[in-house]
Design a protein around this ligand. Structure first.
Ligand code: MLT
Length: 275
């Protein structure tokens, strides 16, 4: 069996340069999966998923505009802009169709992408995310977070974040995952963190698209997720025809890092299904 290496690359698209990790299929393939990270992380959170992909699948983990090693371009961030960046990335990479796997903010982007170019998407894995826009209290929380980052910097923000993101079990047992997330937060610039908070505060509700989804869909939620409640995910499961919904015991907001074995097993099952 040919060895499959994960390579890192950059590609120029419009006003930005998008950084990505890629693991190419060794067999002739018509299946690609694109990983979309959450806020304020980067593509490195998907390493264990890339490693586990079967030989007939190409996997690509991108850095969203302004985060990780992707440049920020014009600096006016929105979930709509991130989804359009993804569409441009697919065109430039000559990818006809892809499965989108997004966690949290990555899921907001995947759902907006499904509204914009459903013909390019042939499967969805949505983890710890939902279709609702922020209500006023949610928006105010984003504005408070912007003030906190501007006043005190990224470090205290990163520390506060960890307690919310991981389950108590993961905090005890997953020091490497915690370090990776802490350093991802600290590597993003203050301006990109704040611009991404505004992007999430201004996002539109994508509930209407749920009943239009016609591709295999897997919904995953960490049972101890303090950020994404169960109710909007259960609603997604009801509205997306044929969707599978799973809750992972012992996981918080990032099941792909907290229980990668279980996540990968179910991801690989979905990747072998055809829409
Ligand atoms: C994320 O992990 O992407 C964020 O928690 C999403 C959010 O704050 O809505």
């Amino acid at each position: 069996m040919a060895e499959r290496l994960i390579k890192s690359n950059k590609i120029r698209i419009g006003d930005i340069s998008i950084a990505y990790h890629i693991k190419k299929a060794t067999e002739k393939t018509d299946r690609t999966i694109i990983f979309l990270h959450g806020f304020p992380f980067n593509k490195n959170m998907w390493r264990e998923q890339l490693e586990s992909l079967e030989d007939n699948i190409t996997g690509i983990a991108v850095d969203i505009r302004g985060l990780g090693n992707s440049t920020k371009g014009h600096g006016f961030f929105s979930i709509d802009v991130f989804a359009k960046d993804l569409g441009a990335f697919l065109r430039k990479m000559e990818i006809d169709k892809a499965v989108l796997c997004g966690v949290s903010m990555g899921g907001y982007i995947a759902l907006r992408a499904y509204q914009l170019f459903p013909e390019k998407i042939d499967g969805l894995i949505l983890s710890d995310t939902h279709a609702k826009a922020d209500d006023n209290a949610g928006k105010q929380k984003r504005f408070d977070a912007i003030q906190a980052v501007l006043n005190h910097g990224r470090r205290p923000y990163a520390i506060g974040f960890i307690a919310n993101v991981f389950s108590p079990k993961s905090i005890e047992e997953k020091p490497e995952a915690i370090e990776l997330i802490k350093s991802s937060i600290r590597r993003n610039s203050v301006s990109s963190i704040c611009a991404t908070l505004l992007a999430m505060a201004s996002r539109t509700d994508t509930t209407d698209v749920l009943s239009e989804i016609k591709v295999p869909t897997l919904l995953i939620r960490g049972k101890e997720d303090k950020i994404t409640p169960a109710e909007p995910m259960e609603e997604m499961a009801k509205k997306i025809k044929g969707a599978t919904y799973m809750e992972f015991e012992g996981c918080g907001h990032l099941p792909n890092m907290e229980d990668p074995a279980k996540f990968n097993l179910n991801m690989n099952k979905l990747l072998q299904k055809k829409s």
